[in-house]
Design a protein around this ligand. Structure first.
Ligand code: HEM
Ligand code: CA
Ligand code: CA
Length: 332
């Protein structure tokens, strides 16, 4: 997955390799003895190697094909990791449709701009053709070659719009609030600073920005950046049907690099949270360091994505392997 974010983004595997803990078979045989264990021992490197060794390769191939056709799919997967893993667990709850009884996470105001859901199904279908019923949607969301991530997550059965607010940091929150929410996931200050570097790609819709432009322009914004933002978001109340947005990083919009840190130091951060990151005394030193060193940014980014991707997974007997990523399986 992350391989596709840009081709230059190649991390030295040696430096971030996490030693393999056990094979997936060991994991399965451990299920009975660990059934009561809260964590379960089953998030491992290449979880599917003993059941369907080709599974992760099929996913990689599909991700590459999609990336060739639609570059922005990579940005979506990256944002999905945040929106799924930060809300309780990396259990692909984000992918579930609403049911008659409850509104799903996808439908909340916080999910504005999440795109490319249908391509998840393209990947899932390719995997199901070869390895039916084995690979979970939660792993499809996360597998990746250059930041070697573990697999073995299973899908949750529920997705509830009302829990999103409880867990997902928001763009107008104080930096203390944002840090606390990430600390609760085991991610420290440099980790948070690195994760926000994801805003070096992609876009932000005007609905999330107009409060910084109207009725008065936020004086914290770089005056050189304002005309462009006003041009892209000409209305105080954006037309919900028009797709109006500003690119997160005008300099290198399609490349995940450390340009984000130079932007925010130059008061060109679009969201309040981006701006605060550059000015809070706890985060600023890391912003400066990442602005100077792409290497340092990449190292911290890999570490933090790994932590995020291991937030409270469902393993072993918990959760299920969905047949279709947008629907929980029917119980017979
Ligand atoms: C305090 C934490 C964060 C807040 C408040 C936040 C908020 C937002 C908002 C409001 C957007 C614009 C969405 C739109 O209008 O289309 C966005 C875009 C994006 N965010 Fe975040 N974000 C946060 C952290 C993260 C993290 C941790 C990641 C991934 C590691 C991430 C990845 C992305 C990506 C890739 C986009 C661009 C998506 C696209 O172009 O489709 N964000 N974020
Ligand atoms: Ca989730
Ligand atoms: Ca960039």
């Amino acid at each position: 997955m992350l391989e596709s974010i840009n081709d230059k983004y190649k991390i030295d595997k040696q430096k971030i390799w996490v030693p393999k803990l056990s094979s997936s078979l060991l994991c399965f045989s451990a299920v009975s003895s660990f059934a009561e264990d809260e964590e379960g021992p089953c998030l491992v490197m290449n979880f599917y190697q003993d059941t369907y060794p080709q599974a992760e390769d099929i996913i990689k191939e599909q991700v590459k094909l999609l990336y060739k056709r639609h570059k922005n799919t990579a940005f979506s997967w990256l944002r999905y990791i945040f929106h799924d893993c930060a809300v309780q667990s990396c259990d692909a709850s984000l992918l579930l449709d609403s049911t008659r009884r409850s509104l799903s996470e996808k439908e909340t105001d916080r999910s504005i701009g999440l795109r490319n859901f249908r391509y998840i199904e393209t990947i899932k279908e390719a995997v199901e053709r070869e390895c039916p019923g084995v690979v979970s949607c939660a792993d499809i969301l996360l597998g990746g070659p250059y930041i070697p991530l573990k697999t073995g997550r299973r899908g949750g059965r529920r997705s509830r719009a009302d829990v999103v607010e409880e867990y997902l940091p928001d763009h107008i929150e104080t930096i203390s609030g944002v840090l606390d929410r990430f600390y609760a996931m085991g991610i420290d200050t440099p980790g948070v600073v690195a994760l926000l570097g994801a805003h070096s790609v992609g876009r932000t819709h005007c609905v999330k920005l107009v409060h910084r432009l109207y009725p008065e322009v936020d004086s914290a914004l770089n005056p050189d950046h304002v005309p462009h933002m006003l041009h892209k978001c000409p209305d105080q109340i954006p037309d919900p049907k028009a797709v109006q947005y500003v690119r997160n990083d005008r300099g290198t919009p399609m490349v995940l690099d450390n340009n984000y840190y130079r932007n925010i130091l130059d008061n060109k951060g679009l969201l309040i949270v981006d701006h605060q990151l550059a000015y809070d005394k706890r985060t600023r030193p890391y912003v400066m360091k990442m602005a100077k060193s792409q290497d340092y940014f990449f190292k911290e980014f890999s570490r933090a994505i790994t932590l995020l991707s291991e937030n409270n997974p469902l393993t072993a007997t918990k959760g299920e392997i969905r047949k279709q990523c947008n629907l929980a399986n029917r119980l017979h």
